[in-house]
Design a binder for this molecule. Structure first.
Ligand SMILES: [Ca+2]
Ligand SMILES: [Ca+2]
Ligand SMILES: [Ca+2]
Length: 565
């Protein structure tokens, strides 16, 4: 017989509270941060490209053309799109001009060996499709395309030529006033499967490409040149070669922020690397930073990625695809990582919980950013539809690796959820919204008591170029597809050191400091401590407090009951 019937009566309520707190990840100081939310079937198609346009619009081309506003609403849907959807070839390309014009290059009738009809179409700033014509004539392996808007009336297009072998060139085109000129080819930087991308900002055109030589001679390239008739010469003169990692390299991505930096990712064997160039053409990081590894072994080996940056260039987000080993990479986990210091250090990769079909690397996601709001577009794994993810990335003012939504003093590196509470200093050192909560009666001030500081999955272990990757964290429970966690990761999502945080509701794991103690309230000091920025989850975090207080009270009662019995 239980000597304390009240404890028995409290169990269901307590369990519900504990399970709710665990499921929500909302123990104080552990507020869920940096979560993607996903919206399925925002567009039709499997091959896509997406860019930022003026007036807070994202421009997306897949089977159709779409505009999406910053709330994630599709506000324009028109039939112009890529004619080669579902064919496992390369995606279309889109550019949006500062004047509101839109430029598409898409593939239509043809075959890899015979070449494709490449079509350029223009949507005027007023919304009419006023140009539609075929560029050149079909050529073998001309299915990798790019588009960039440099200045009003100056649009550049890119296609690839394979010739009789798989080594090929990038052909650069210039469109002006309704006619297209071939500006020339860049030789030897492209192989049919390495992909390429072209973007422009402030009159400068950037191009990234890969040469996936299997004999460890492969490389990724970034280049730039001023838009106009001299573009080909500029691109040829500024070609920068990158060769971190091993094996083949290729499948690069490129994102231009609003302050003149070009952010660049590319794949090596099962890895993805990052670097950045400023508007003066200076490489920012002496060595390419490895931001993903262990991405899986598939036909072409190199890691697949996408990248985007906040307007100020400080917050950078990248995704990496962890393949299932099949050629088509038909069940591929979308991982992501972020930097809040301009790409110098990166968070441990996390799993978004979503799966895509990478289609031999030809269905890579795209990232677009406005401010610190990031948008991800990818092919839904088994459907011919496009899924959108959105993320508001918080800044990290003091650079301690904890972003402002979880760092209760984002101007002090000594305060964050990874710190231990220091007894008696009147500071909430560990951001659990409790000040000096570890002080036992008679304890000297200044004594840290927390044995296991909170270790949020997405804010610690910033990864440098040479450090080992940390375990992949658990995605937001609300965004997980069932069965999408083949790695069998720790279901607590808190890594190995969260036992003191109630990872198991059994009383063996309950905090020991709740034992004994004069039976008063916990040292919860109102009005002192967390000055966290408003977060949509902050209120819920406060709601979790009564549950924790109730839990500790329950333990205290159980302890007394045990000592009586
Ligand atoms: Ca911080
Ligand atoms: Ca801090
Ligand atoms: Ca505290």
């Amino acid at each position: 017989m239980n000597p304390n019937p009240h404890a028995q009566l409290r169990i269901p309520t307590l369990l519900v509270a504990v399970l709710w707190v665990l499921a929500s990840g909302l123990l104080p100081g552990q507020a869920a941060a940096q979560q993607w939310t996903f919206q399925n079937r925002i567009g039709e198609g499997t091959q896509l490209d997406a860019v930022r346009g003026p007036n807070e619009r994202i421009h997306l081309v897949a089977a159709k053309y779409y505009q999406i506003d910053l709330n994630g609403q599709v506000v324009v849907s028109e039939p112009q799109g890529d004619g080669q959807q579902n064919s496992m070839l390369f995606p279309p390309a889109i550019a949006a001009g500062d004047d509101g014009s839109v430029h598409l290059i898409t593939r239509h009738a043809g075959s890899p060996n015979e070449g494709y009809e490449l079509r350029y179409r223009r949507r005027s700033p007023s919304g009419s499709w006023d140009l539609d014509y075929v560029i050149g004539s079909p050529e073998k392996r001309n299915y990798v395309v790019g588009a960039a808007w440099a200045t009003p009336g100056q649009v550049h297009l890119m296609s690839t030529v394979g010739g009789t072998d798989v080594w090929g060139d990038v052909r650069v085109w210039s469109e002006n006033g309704g006619s297209v000129a071939n500006l020339g080819s860049l030789t030897g930087i492209w192989r049919s499967d390495a992909d390429a991308r072209m973007r422009a900002r402030d009159g400068r055109v950037y191009l990234v490409s890969g040469k996936c030589d299997p004999a460890n001679l492969g490389a990724a390239y970034l280049s730039w040149g001023d838009g106009g008739a001299g573009l080909h010469g500029g691109l040829a003169a500024n070609m920068k070669k990158h060769q971190a990692g091993t094996g083949r390299r290729g499948a690069p991505d490129l994102y231009l922020d609003r302050v003149g930096n070009a952010h660049f990712t590319y794949g090596a064997a099962e890895e993805v690397y990052y670097n950045q160039y400023d508007s003066g053409g200076n490489r920012k990081l002496a060595s390419d930073v490895r931001i993903f590894d262990a991405l899986g072994n598939w036909k072409l080996l190199f890691g697949l990625s996408a990248v985007a940056s906040s307007d100020d260039g400080q917050s950078v987000v990248a995704v990496g695809l962890r393949t299932d080993g099949s050629d088509a990479a038909s069940t591929t986990n979308i991982l992501w990582t972020y930097s809040t210091n301009g790409g110098q250090t990166w968070s441990a990769p996390q799993d978004t919980g979503r799966i895509t079909t990478a289609g031999e690397g030809r269905c890579r996601p795209r990232l677009v950013a406005f401010g610190r709001k990031f948008f991800m577009f990818f092919r839904e794994r088994t459907e011919a539809t496009v899924t959108m993810g959105t993320l508001l990335l918080q800044p990290d003012g003091d650079g301690d690796g904890y972003t402002s939504d979880v760092d209760c003093d984002d101007g002090n590196t000594e305060v964050n959820p990874g710190q231990s509470e220091v007894c008696g200093n009147q500071v909430d050192d560990d951001c659990d919204q409790l000040v000096d909560e570890t002080c036992a009666p008679g304890m000297d001030a200044g004594t840290p008591l927390d044995a296991s500081p909170i270790d949020p999955p997405d804010a610690t272990s910033l990864v440098g170029p040479d450090s080992a990757m940390a375990d992949v964290g658990l995605p937001d429970p609300g965004t997980i597809d069932s069965g999408s966690d083949p790695q069998g990761r720790d279901a607590s999502g808190q890594g190995g050191d969260a036992s003191g945080q109630g990872g198991d509701a059994s009383e063996q794991d309950l905090p020991q400091e709740a034992d004994g103690g004069p039976g008063g309230d916990l040292p919860l000091i109102n009005g002192v401590g967390c000055s966290c920025q408003a977060s949509p989850l902050g209120g819920l975090g406060l709601l979790a407090l009564p549950a924790v207080v109730g839990l500790l009270g329950f333990v205290r009662r159980r302890s007394r009951a045990r000592s009586v019995g």
